[in-house]
Design a binder for this molecule. Structure first.
Ligand SMILES: [Zn+2]
Length: 424
């Protein structure tokens, strides 16, 4: 990544722009900086942040089994200085830091769950300025960053006009289908008061996600009579209908703008090598940042499946029974966006630039999908100094002190800009 070289003295960022950075001159660099005492506080917390990060990462949080990490994080939030920490019916951890005014609540959130199943080795190892473990950046770092911000706000007795609701969500990844954040906005105690939402996810403090990629995911179950591969030869085969479905989906033309995608991702079924199967299951994933394009793709994909089943029932004998198709919606993440000129986006760009990064706007599927789809201003931003290989067993995180703390400061800068802080 082409970045700016910078050195650090309190809040002073001395940016000596590289040639490419000149093109970013329109990006504000002075406003959005975290005040010097708070920045110094984060810097002082470096060792604590790293040890929090390790503790969180080494507490397992497989999909639908986030409870141990939720309880740990609730205790850590209390230790950080927030007395009223609760875990809601869905499993989200909530802690309200009251504002000087009643009313709107600004949510700062990170997700508890990882993509890794129970039993995955999650011991953190260190090599120089690199920490390695599954889930360390996605999203243990988001949780550890929140703790650092709470301690800094508490230590400096920063009062904000707008209340801040710190949240650790369940079910952000995969089959979790945003269940935690969905609960927060549809049934949660604060749902009617949330005026803005900031999700902290992954380790790239230059990446500002202001568009929500929506997805629709299906499990397609093809059933047939089944029979002996030799003796019953000639009867319909659900495997053939599944294969034709995949072929049909991969013939669908999708727009590149808005980026619209599909994947046939999991297939299972069959009894033995010498049996015509009685059941085949296919899972498909479809995505777009625009609801209309997603709906069009979904219609075409499901039509391809119906056509494939009809084709199979016409092509072979249905004397023993026909192939049937059952479509189960297993993933539904709504699309949406926050306008690029909204104050939340502008503040995020400023905070990232002030910390020495070259901010860029992006689209992704995150906890922010739900508020964006409801028209509530929302963003997802990274924190820290970068990393890589998220969702893999060799996930890693860069923790070189200066840039790491600069990256961790970005979220705090956005929070301060959004909540009207005042001196005690
Ligand atoms: Zn994540």
């Amino acid at each position: 990544m082409i970045g700016r070289m910078f050195t650090w003295a309190g809040a002073m960022v001395m940016a000596s722009a590289l040639p490419l950075a000149a093109a970013q001159a329109e990006v504000p660099s002075a406003s959005g900086a975290v005040p010097a005492p708070l920045l110094a506080d984060l810097n002082r917390q470096y060792d604590q942040i790293i040890s929090d990060l390790i503790r969180i990462t080494e507490t397992p949080a497989p999909p639908f089994k986030e409870q141990a990490r939720a309880e740990l994080f609730a205790a850590m939030l209390r230790d950080a200085g927030l007395p009223n920490v609760t875990i809601d019916e869905e499993g989200n951890v909530l802690a309200l830091r009251p504002g000087t005014q009643d009313g709107p609540v600004f949510v700062v959130s990170a997700h508890l769950d990882t993509v890794f199943p129970e039993g995955t080795a999650i011991t953190v190892t260190r090599e120089g300025d690199r920490l390695m473990a599954p889930g360390i950046g996605d999203d243990s770092l988001g949780l550890a960053s929140m703790l650092a911000w709470v301690r800094a706000l508490e230590h400096h007795k920063i009062a904000t006009e707008t209340a801040i609701l710190f949240v650790a969500t369940v079910g952000e990844e995969g089959a979790g289908d945003l269940r935690g954040v969905r609960h927060l906005f549809t049934k949660g105690e604060y749902q009617a008061r949330i005026s803005g939402f900031l999700s902290i996810d992954n380790s790239d403090a230059a990446r500002i996600v202001r568009a929500a990629v929506g997805s629709r995911r299906y499990r397609l179950v093809f059933k047939g009579p089944g029979g002996h591969s030799y003796g019953a030869f000639g009867i319909v085969n659900p495997m053939a209908a599944m294969a034709e479905t995949v072929r049909g989906i991969y013939a669908i033309d999708v727009p590149t703008e808005p980026k619209t995608t599909y994947a046939a991702s999991i297939v299972s079924g069959g009894r033995s090598v010498n049996s015509i199967p009685d059941e085949i299951v296919l899972e498909i994933d479809m995505r777009s940042s625009e609801p209309e394009a997603l709906a069009a793709l979904e219609g075409a994909a499901l039509a391809a499946a119906n056509t494939a089943v009809a084709g199979e029932n016409a092509a072979r004998s249905v004397a023993a029974g026909a192939v049937s198709l059952d479509m189960e919606l297993i993933g539904d993440r709504p699309a949406g966006s926050t306008p690029a000129d909204h104050a939340l986006v502008v503040d995020a760009v400023s905070a990232s630039a002030a910390a020495g990064f070259i901010p860029r706007l992006d689209a992704s599927s995150t906890d922010a999908n739900i508020p964006m789809s409801l028209g509530i201003p929302a963003l997802t931003v990274g924190t820290g100094a970068g990393g890589g290989r998220a969702h893999s067993l060799d996930e890693y995180l860069e923790i070189g002190r200066e840039r790491f703390i600069a990256g961790v400061s970005v979220g705090l800068g956005i929070i301060l800009a959004q909540t009207e802080p005042s001196a005690p």
